[in-house]
Design a protein around this ligand. Sequence first.
Ligand SMILES: Nc1nc2c(c(=O)[nH]1)N[C@H]1C(S)=C(S)[C@@H](COP(=O)(O)O)O[C@H]1N2
Ligand SMILES: [Mo]
Length: 319
Amino acid sequence: MLIRKSTDIRPSEITDQSAYMRRREFMYGAAALGMAAALPASAFAMPLSAIKSPLSTDETLTPLKDVTTYNNFYEFGTDKDDPSKNAHTLTTKPWKVKVDGLVNKPADYDLDDLIKSIALEERIYRMRCVEGWSMVIPWIGVPLASVLARIEPQGSAKYVAFETLVRPAEMPAQKGFFQPLPWPYVEGLRLDEAMHPLTILAVGLYGETLPKQNGAPIRLVVPWKYGFKSIKSVVRISLTEKEPKTSWSLQNPREYGFYSNVNPAVDHPRWSQATERRIGASGGGLGGLFAKRHPTLPFNGYGDQVASLYTGMDLKKYY
Ligand SMILES: Nc1nc2c(c(=O)[nH]1)N[C@H]1C(S)=C(S)[C@@H](COP(=O)(O)O)O[C@H]1N2
Ligand SMILES: [Mo]
């Protein structure tokens, strides 16, 4: 059988560049044959070409299957497999991003215009969830700094605020009786954090457009902060003078602060952050169901690049 879903690809194939290429050829072939409508949602991913970034880690990649089935995207439900089951209903085309606040170029941008002619880069990043697990994901995206340069923050802008889509008709948890978070999901960065070269807006992973469960069509990726800062399916970017509200600190201010830097020395009030479990059974030293937990690094291992952003701040107080 020629047609394979991304979830049918064996983990051993995934790190292999030639597997990307075969799948690309397959997608082009399928489109040419007019088969696209008959394919499952996950197969609508389109290939993206990107230059490899030197800012990537060389750690073993988390298998695609785990990256796309073990997710947090509460708009689609709170279980890890809810996003992969439910997110196919999300319409991601057309996609507008409202840019407003303290910028010289506010507009309702078409996503394509917002990132037009900014070179796509593949960035392999370690990601660390506050729940105590981690992954290594080959993102494709653009530096947020390049997008900010396009929209021109004004001199008084100190923060960047982000918002996710509110569309209950397509996001089941937004219309359910139990609403796990206030909507829209909101996040924010200080302007210097947003401008840092490690901060990207991702539009793809594993060589293709983003799966919906991972935040299609565009999501933030900030690898030195806990996963929840990396807001998905972004529809609004605002430049502000005041520190923006963030979803998890709105929901539980005692447990979650604005900065949310990965910090093994600051426990979550209900559990330690000292160690983590690498998701996926790919081997590669850290992975596997029975793999031991291993130490979490300050700033998720990106301290050399980002620690200077926080010089003089008490990171126990500003967690
Ligand atoms: N809109 C939105 N963005 C979100 C979330 C969410 O529930 N809604 N969850 C966050 C959390 S807690 C994590 S760990 C990451 C998970 O990203 P991934 O599923 O692509 O690994 O997305 C973050 N972005
Ligand atoms: Mo998370």
